[in-house]
Ligand binder design. Structure first.
Ligand code: BGC
Length: 852
């Protein structure tokens, strides 16, 4: 039941949600270095510097931005904690430097876009001002003995990050100031307010570095809690940190037309370990305010289920939590199916452990979940031999717990080939892999447990047939379906081709102005990104409202009602996107809003920003993430959103991807489990569901609507689809959003093999699939090789809904119905099938509401 809040003051739920985020956030922070400087207990005053100190970033830009009432900056958080900030002059001076730089930057972008005849928002989406160099005296008037430097970076959809000073690398000014402060102050800590990799080359002498990240509404409070020791960090990296040149994905990244995923399955630590390339910080790494020892215990098997036991002991004196990570190294009898040195098999976060306290943990998984995909036979295969199980608390600090020996090869799943051809052979590591001094001895003396190949079943898949047409029926009211008197099939039989088409194109507007439908295309929920159709005449068909994420709900903060319909008083676009408008344009928008507000009651929708995706995953804690999903679900129920366009769970293939901050990890198991946890949290709420996105391989923002990824079927299945598979199979998400990009020459949303054969037939997904926004709209810049996606192609592929729904989508589908020569010619039965899925989801998510 939607609540309309007409009280501008902070509501109780806002405070509760903010408190929750503050309590959970320290578990997402990763302590990278500490020489004992942290925690800064009894901190009275601090010399605070850096671009993130006052201009703190709570989360990136674009659709993933959340319009909060207020969020706490680092400066504010410290002051609220009673700490005096002694460097106001420096912070004031920096404000001036950056606001001048931003003004110039956006003005130039606006002019360029105008000269090129492009829409300024579209042409410049996600472009960030590169941090300028400047001279601001560091020590004027400060008598603190402690300095904290907060280094921030921002990014967002539409643009990628750049391997240059001021983005991935530090500027000369930053390097100079950080080194100087470290020398001058008795205590010094570097705090990273970033959403992804930052190259710390040149800062080797800095001994205390906290990856604060971007934690949403409570960023500054949580930072103060951890700096002063009121709370402790317990996150672990979910992406390997290494010099940008060392990632195999860096070569060729950003090509507007084609990206070749030549590294195949060797993504992230799978690459660094298998090629013995030393990272700066390995996957799974993170310190605490105490130390831990993880001692491998026994390995047990029951059928094909493996249990690995371990004891974790807090070997220091402060309280803390650790993460126990289990990795496996699979046998490679003749190396015809190359495997990484190791891959994650399971993980668990400990409870809080006091100094000296221990906890025994058990991690369970099936041997078949460790199978590799053999393209030659289109099957998941477990090769006979020894599976070494490694236990530790980072990918580079494990010990052998035991060996599982498989008597014979087993085909765990017989599938058929999908995904098309990449056009090249994947990379295979040739040199020695990473090792550690005791490894050979540990393997030689490990306990071996045997699994009989006969105990592991082979599963087969039955792929869909073409659907049969639903017979035409005399019209009747949707209410009869909602009340259970008539069936959905019968209702579908009443619909004309045109109505079926409307159901498959979102909230269709007779407008060619794409800006009217970007990110703000709902007339039911102010500021929501989109909704399903209103065009079915004579039927009071409910609509499904869709609001963005993944760092909370993105809605307009204020709206009024006009004839019962919400009218946003401001756009739900975030502040950075609004920078693209001139002062005059902004003033005009504001005065329109004020006139309308004067006339009517104003309602408020202040949402909470939760930590960005990467931070949530860095907690390695399914329960914590589920709680955040629950928080979002609460706000969805309150404001009336059915679908949350989140979680975003693409693999972090390259640190250069501008949306990595929204994503979880370079590892599919971790990404899948975190997405499943947040899905469970949201699904606890009546009428609310997640939309897992962007399916699949949305790993680059440059030219994102027209960018083709060439990927082998094996890498696609084992890396880029695996997280989605885990999420679908374990948490029953109700909707999926396909990605903009092409895969091996065809748009993801137009690929029948991806959307129907893999998602539905192989994994059993029984919900609704929608496109990403305007994938069919021919939005620029367009590269010069690939066409826009087709709405008819979407229906044919089983991607039911083209969002947000524009006139050319309707035309395309209607043409495909009547023209057998259309590239994606359609039968009425196929169209009925997609329309039926849209209706089924409307019924599922609004059913209870209708019966009230
Ligand atoms: C983004 C999606 C988002 C959609 C709706 C697109 O630009 O890629 O992640 O959900 O807009 O705002």
């Amino acid at each position: 039941m939607t609540i309309r809040i007409n009280d501008p003051d902070k509501q109780a739920f806002e405070q509760e949600h903010e408190d929750l985020v503050r309590r959970l956030a320290p578990e997402c922070m990763v302590l990278l270095r500490n020489d004992g400087t942290l925690p800064l207990t009894n901190l009275q005053s601090v010399a605070l510097y850096g671009n993130g100190a006052r201009q703190t970033i709570k989360g990136g830009t674009g659709s993933g931005d959340v319009n909060v009432r207020h969020f706490v900056t680092v400066e504010e958080g410290l002051e609220k904690a009673g700490v005096t900030v002694t460097t106001k002059d420096w912070l004031d001076a920096y404000d001036q430097v950056i606001s001048a730089a931003k003004k110039d930057f956006y003005q130039k972008l606006r002019q360029e876009a105008k000269a090129a005849g492009q829409n300024p928002i579209l042409a410049t989406m996600g472009k960030m001002v590169v941090e300028p160099n400047y001279q601001i005296p560091l020590h004027k008037g400060t008598d603190a003995d402690t300095a904290v430097y907060v280094l921030a970076r921002n990014s967002g959809e539409g643009s990628d990050r750049r391997p240059v000073p001021g983005d991935i690398k530090l500027t000369e000014t930053e390097l100079r100031d950080i080194v100087e402060l470290n020398k001058t102050y008795q205590h010094f800590a570097l705090v990273l307010n970033v959403g992804g990799l930052i190259d710390l080359t040149g800062l080797e002498e800095i001994k205390t570095v906290l990856l604060l990240g971007q934690l949403g509404s409570a960023t500054g409070d949580a930072c103060a809690d951890v700096l002063t020791g009121k709370a402790y960090p317990s996150g672990k990296l979910t992406m390997t940190w290494a010099p940008i040149e060392d990632y195999p994905s860096t070569e060729g990244f950003g090509d507007p037309n084609n990206t070749n995923y030549r590294e195949g399955i060797f993504v992230g630590y799978r690459y660094f370990d298998s090629t013995n390339t030393t990272p700066i910080y390995p996957f799974g790494f993170g310190l605490g305010y105490t130390t831990f020892k993880v001692s491998p215990g026994t390995v047990e098997v029951d059928g094909e289920t493996i249990t690995v036991n371990a004891t974790v002991t807090n070997t220091g004196s402060a309280a803390g939590k650790d993460v126990v990570e289990v990795y496996y190294s699979a046998p490679q009898p003749d190396r015809s199916l190359p495997k990484p040195y190791q891959a994650l098999a399971g993980f668990v976060k400990t409870q809080e452990l006091q100094g000296g306290q221990s906890q025994v943990v058990s991690l369970t998984f099936n041997l078949s979940s460790l199978a590799s995909y053999d393209q030659k036979s289109s099957a998941y295969l477990l090769e006979a031999g020894d599976y070494a199980l490694r236990v530790g608390d980072s990918s580079r600090s494990t010990h052998i717990a035991g060996i599982v020996r498989l008597s014979d090869d087993v085909v765990t799943q017989q599938l058929h080939a999908v995904g098309g051809e990449s056009g090249f052979t994947d990379f295979v590591p040739s040199g020695p892999a990473y090792s550690y001094p005791e490894e050979a001895h540990e393997i030689a003396t490990a306990t071996v447990v045997e699994i009989d190949a006969g105990s592991i079943p082979t599963t087969a898949v039955s792929y869909s047939d073409q659907p049969a047409e639903i017979t035409r029926t005399e019209p009747f009211s949707w209410k009869d379906v909602a009340s259970g008197q008539r069936s959905l099939d019968e209702f579908v039989g009443t619909l004309s081709d045109e109505d079926l088409t409307y159901l498959c194109v979102g909230a269709y507007k007779d407008s060619d102005d794409l800006m009217e439908v970007i990110g703000d295309a709902s007339t039911t929920l102010a500021g929501a990104a989109g909704e399903t159709t209103h065009q079915i005449e004579g039927q009071d068909l409910p609509v499904l409202t869709m609001a963005d994420g993944p760092a909370g709900l993105r809605l307009s903060q204020r709206y009024t009602l006009d004839g019962g319909k919400p009218q946003p008083l401001e756009t739900s676009m975030g502040a950075d996107m609004l920078s693209m408008y001139s002062d005059e344009e902004l003033a005009a928008m504001k005065s329109r809003a004020t006139d309308s507000a004067r006339a009517r009651t104003v309602y408020y929708q202040y949402c909470t920003a939760i930590p960005i995706g990467t931070e949530l995953a860095q907690s390695w804690d399914d329960d914590l993430v589920q709680q955040c999903g629950d928080l979002v679900g609460d706000e969805m129920e309150l404001f009336g959103a059915n679908l949350w366009l989140a979680p975003a769970m693409n693999i972090q293939r390259s640190p250069l991807c501008g949306r990595d901050f929204e994503y979880y990890s370079e590892d599919p198991l971790l990404a899948g489990r975190i997405a499943a946890a947040i899905t469970r949290g949201v699904s606890r709420h009546q009428g609310c569901a997640t939309t897992i996105k962007h399916f699949a391989a949305n790993n680059q923002e440059t030219n994102r609507y027209f960018q083709n990824n060439n990927i082998s079927e094996r890498a696609l299945r084992e890396i880029y689809l695996k997280g989605f598979e885990i999420c679908v199979k374990t948490s029953h998400p109700r909707t999926v959003m396909t990605s903009y990009n092409l895969i091996n020459g065809e748009h993801a949303c137009n690929r029948y093999d991806l959307v129907t054969e893999i998602l539905r037939d192989e994994w059993g997904f029984d919900g609704l699939v929608m496109t990403d926004w305007l994938v069919t709209g021919g939005m620029g810049p367009s590269g010069d090789q690939w066409p826009a996606a087709s709405a008819a192609g979407c229906v044919k592929a089983g991607n039911d809904l083209t969002m947000p729904g524009i006139p050319s989508d309707k035309k395309d589908i209607m043409d495909a119905l009547s023209n057998p020569e259309h590239q994606y010619s359609l039968t009425r039965a196929t169209l009925q099938q997609s329309a039926r899925r849209v209706l089924a989801m409307i019924l599922e998510l609004t059913g209870a509401e209708n019966q009230d």
